[in-house]
Write a protein that binds this ligand. Sequence first.
Ligand code: SAM
Length: 337
Amino acid sequence: MSRDATSMIEEAASGYIGATILFSAFELGLFDALVNPMSVHTLASKIGAGAGGVRRLCRVLGAMGLLELRGDLVAPVAGATEALARGGDAWCVVRHHQRHVLPLFLHLTDALRTGERQYRRWSFAETPLGASAYEELARHPAELGTFLGAMDRSSRGAGVALVPLLRERGVRRLVDLGCGGGGVAREILASMPEIEIESFDLPAVCAIARARCGMEHAGRHFIAPGDLLAGVDARGADAVLLSGILADFDDGERESILEGARKNLRPGGHLLLSETLLDEDGAGPMGAAVLSLVMLLAMRGDQLGAAEIRALLERSGFVDIQTKRAQPRDIVAARAR
Ligand SMILES: C[S@@+](CC[C@H](N)C(=O)[O-])C[C@H]1O[C@@H](n2cnc3c(N)ncnc32)[C@H](O)[C@@H]1O
């Protein structure tokens, strides 16, 4: 084995170290406490930990560029420290990995052996367990809020990427099925003053999405409970958006979701998908490959490739199917037959 391969393996095998250090600092509330420069002792007493250990922790966090350690003084780094404090840009992302994703990956071997989803491993999961990871999350508003914050972060840019297509197709009334925290809709509304969006999701999600969306686009953005597996009634839409949805579900469920989407469109109406697609040969890219494991660990579905999406859409009554590689997610556009 070449040295390069060994270095690469070493890097992958030690990848947990940075994450667990960050999780520990998070659990201690270190980034919330570090609002201004202070001594290591002051910081340690604020977060209820020993000064010797906190100094060691700060050394690594300093090397990661997340704070600055100089002698006995520890100081925030502009942009980084406040992003990690409660309410900061990265807070939900880190907490989501700590609370929701890591516990699943610690049981990847079980999932691979048994094919069973692992969200029962969440420390907050109840007995009896919710029928889906989303149902389980919906019982725990703080966890759901974190999840939706992280979703909005990972979807950042997805709404902006859809705007040229929505404009080109003259979409004025858009139905957004499974809106999550509403971030994708917010981006579209901010760029298109002429558009109106109806967003649907599970009831517990809607409450949080409304709070996240605030009043900025009131009068043009309506958020209502709706089960996309049972079908949502929003007839007469120019377009239906499914952003980050289809991969979560199995084949039969995807067909019901698409059937429900089609019912809300007149013939010729537009379907837009924002999905992380696998390459045609199914071998990558890395982001889609990792998400595919997350699906195995938590959901019933899997990532799809462009050919699978095409076949699925054709079966579900859609034509003129176009696929485009885009960031942060790929885009598929089609028309109702
Ligand atoms: C991966 S998130 C995507 C959120 C958002 N569209 C985005 O792109 O950021 C999937 C969303 O589907 C919602 N969802 C799952 N099952 C659902 C159902 N049966 N009915 C309505 N929404 C559902 C979840 O609550 C979650 O908000």
